[in-house]
Write a protein that binds this ligand. Structure first.
Ligand SMILES: Nc1ncnc2c1ncn2[C@@H]1O[C@H](COP(=O)(O)OP(=O)(O)OP(=O)(O)O)[C@@H](O)[C@H]1O
Ligand SMILES: [Mg+2]
Length: 211
């Protein structure tokens, strides 16, 4: 049964509490499995990788809605969930990137580079982070700034409000410094629409206009 069809993959429910994540194009299941296992071994909440194929991963099925779906249903949870997403960023960035990681900029931290409310599943045992396609080595500020870009340019009105609460948990100066790199990373993504691209450029002009 098809559970979800995202920009990068299709997710099918399998028996035994498992899902199949079949890549549409561009992804590398072997690399993604490696980084997921690495992050999990360092104590970060990631689904267990059960099998790796050339075009798909078999993952532990996480029982819970995405943080985005949770907030569409219970919007008053927004401040607490924004704090939770900020906590996940901080926790991830305590982990050094594994050797051989793609380099996305200066810094030696493990970064997810798509860590926003649609890539967090919320369970009674805590949040679990999915969709590790972009994982790389960089500084944590790039990861947080990229979440800022995604929330402000792809998340609608709810995204903008969430963004305001999320950004309160970080020092603004270092994020503005990382914003041009985050915007460039987002603009290089083939799955980003023309409308989203315009909004990314406008965000950049607003915060990083040359004087
Ligand atoms: N391990 C899992 N357990 C349960 N559901 C999952 C799991 N992995 C993915 N899903 C479901 O599939 C959806 C898409 O997953 P994911 O973000 O990994 O795919 P994607 O194709 O990269 O999506 P997008 O391109 O839209 O970000 C999730 O929102 C979630 O509903
Ligand atoms: Mg996703």
């Amino acid at each position: 049964m098809l559970l979800a069809s995202g920009r990068g993959s299709e997710i099918y429910a399998l028996d035994g509490g498992r899902v199949l994540r079949r890549f549409k194009a561009g992804g590398d299941p072997h690399r993604e499995a490696e980084v997921m296992r690495y992050a999990r071994s360092r104590g970060f909440p990631v689904p267990q990788v059960l099998d790796v194929m050339d075009d798909a991963l078999v993952l532990e099925r996480i029982p819970g809605p995405t943080m985005g779906a949770l907030l569409r249903r219970w919007p008053w949870l927004l401040p607490a969930q924004a704090a939770e997403l900020a906590r996940l960023h901080r926790l991830l960035h305590t982990i050094g990137a594994p050797p051989g990681s793609p380099v996305a900029g200066p810094g030696d931290r493990l970064v997810h580079l798509d860590l926003h409310p649609e890539n967090v599943l919320v369970t009674s045992a805590g949040p679990v982070v999915i969709d590790w396609t972009n994982a790389a080595m960089a500084d944590g500020a790039l990861d947080v700034a990229l979440t800022w870009v995604v929330l402000a340019t792809s998340g609608g009105t709810g995204g903008s409000l969430f963004c305001r609460f999320f950004l309160r948990h970080f020092e603004r100066g270092s994020l503005v410094g990382a914003l041009p790199r985050a915007a460039a990373f987002r603009l290089a993504d083939r799955n980003v629409t023309d409308g989203e691209r315009d909004r990314v450029r406008r965000l950049l002009e607003r915060y990083c206009a040359p004087d």
